[in-house]
Design a protein around this ligand. Sequence first.
Ligand code: F6R
Length: 270
Amino acid sequence: MRVIIETTADDVSRRGANFMAALVRRKPACVLGLATGGTPLGVYAELIRLHREDGLDFSQVTTFNLDEYVGLAATHQQSYRCFMQSNLFDHVNLAPAKTHVPDGRALDFHTHCRQYEQRIQDAGGIDLQLLGIGSDGHIAFNEPGSSLGSRTRLKTLASETVRDNARFFGGEDQVPRLAITMGVGTILESRQCLLLAMGKGKAAAVRSTIEGPVTAQVTASALQLHRDVIIVVDEDAGGWLSRRDYYAEVEHAQSLLESGQFRALGIGNQ
Ligand code: F6R
């Protein structure tokens, strides 16, 4: 796992957006996995800026969102479809038919979930999956205890998640109790995962994810099994990491390698 500790939340957003923009430039017909919630807001704002000011072109990009609340129509203000429209899709040149969010009003959930997985396969798989993390360590809505091999399915929200998300609904009693979510197994099949976290409230979950054991009790810890994961956190979210110095050293060596400063790394000195 590559762990990058940035100073502020804005730095995390910019760094995250830059990884995504670099992929879109390198592979214009790429498949992006997207997340909702507070975490990716700055990333989407930066992608919109790059589209407007630098001509970042999304016309060939396909997207798949991680999850959607059950029972909310796409037009409901708190639906994740609505979130994506207003925070990204309406402001860049993504083809509407290439944006996918699970349908919270699907009548046959089982079939809908299977078809969602199939659409990801048909699109060639996800190149880069953007992830936030819940304070209980979840990725997507894979709450503690979710199978690490799980696929897209219905999931009951944990009380911690209901509490965390009540801020968007104006009260806990308004938060839907069920969601359709990609599974941990679905996420692990993405070619690259990019997890972002900001703020003190995520510090414990970030530490468990990176430095704890792989466990279904912290589904983000399954990322330890993935071969290409980047985790970008701010000082607050990374505050409980015990190997901060090492992560910084790795990043320093990486930037020397990328800029061709091999002698500074002791390469070719002998
Ligand atoms: C959202 C999602 C969730 C959030 C997580 C963090 O699509 O899948 O896992 O990423 O709950 O939420 P925020 O970013 O609001 O702290």
